[in-house]
Design a protein around this ligand. Sequence first.
Ligand SMILES: Nc1ncnc2c1ncn2[C@@H]1O[C@H](COP(=O)(O)OP(=O)(O)OP(=O)(O)O)[C@@H](O)[C@H]1O
Ligand SMILES: O=P(O)(O)OC[C@H]1O[C@H](OP(=O)(O)OP(=O)(O)O)[C@H](O)[C@@H]1O
Ligand SMILES: [Mg+2]
Length: 286
Amino acid sequence: MDNTLRIAVQKKGRLSDDSLKLIKECGIKFNNGAGKLKANSTNFPMEFLFLRDDDIPGYVQDGIADIGIVGGNEAEEKNKDVDTVKNLGFSKCRLSLAIDKNETYNGVEDFEGRSLATSYPKILGDYLKSKNVNAEINEISGSVEIAPSIGLAYGICDIVSSGSTLLSNGLKEVEVIYKSEAVLLANKNLSAEKREILDRFIFRIESVQAAKNNKYILMNVPNESVQQIIDILPGMKSPTVMPLADEGWSSVHTVIQEDDFWEIIEALRGAGAEGILVVPIEKMIL
Ligand SMILES: Nc1ncnc2c1ncn2[C@@H]1O[C@H](COP(=O)(O)OP(=O)(O)OP(=O)(O)O)[C@@H](O)[C@H]1O
Ligand SMILES: O=P(O)(O)OC[C@H]1O[C@H](OP(=O)(O)OP(=O)(O)O)[C@H](O)[C@@H]1O
Ligand SMILES: [Mg+2]
């Protein structure tokens, strides 16, 4: 079906909700009833496959799915011949090495001749090789944090986010070896028709992401301070300045980035801006 783009998303797990939320924010509607493993969009040429995340990179490589959403860690581990089209900014986590919290740690050379349990043998193997460390890799499929306490391995390599799973299993993080977030993968040989649908999808994702990273701000400014305020504002274009009914005052509107947010607000207040309103942006078309 050349006129439909097939997307593989995780059926149930850490990626599912945010993947579907992003797709919905892109205005793509679908019905995924409980237990349904396939669905069609009702307003965009997209078909959905709901799968285990482990299978997604391979399905995208083989063209069973045209595109897919997985963790960067899973894409790296499976090492398939696919394009990584976009970082999606959710499911952020890291792959780390951890050991018993009571053990001393001097550096990665401590793992020489020791064993590590992991579900990520490829990423761990590459890392150890790059550090010239020979360690035994014990591949297990889950509950990795239990391994040191039951004598299965000296250390582990697993996903860490808040660190609370390590803490509750008496482990300490000693090296971060890979930083991950959800990524959009694509098959390398998409037809021109599918590529066009993918470009439309990417354009929508970028508009959603840009909106999340920016805020619309409005403020009242004494006329004599307008130039100073404009100099502080790094807006998309030059800000909008409109006279207020109150003589001697103007209203200034612009868009600022989330990252610079508080520094700019402080500078604006210092320069005499009053009644500053900050409004979330629904979509931002670049
Ligand atoms: N605690 C976490 N915080 C943030 N992101 C995480 C966390 N745990 C996992 N992830 C990310 O989400 C992805 C999916 O994790 P999940 O635990 O749902 O996988 P899974 O159990 O292998 O699922 P499946 O049943 O589909 O095989 C991981 O590969 C990782 O990228
Ligand atoms: O640092 P933390 O915030 O504690 O997160 C890390 C944990 O999260 C994931 O497991 P998850 O809770 O998804 O359970 P699962 O692996 O059994 O699916 C991962 O496998 C870690 O065990
Ligand atoms: Mg999995």
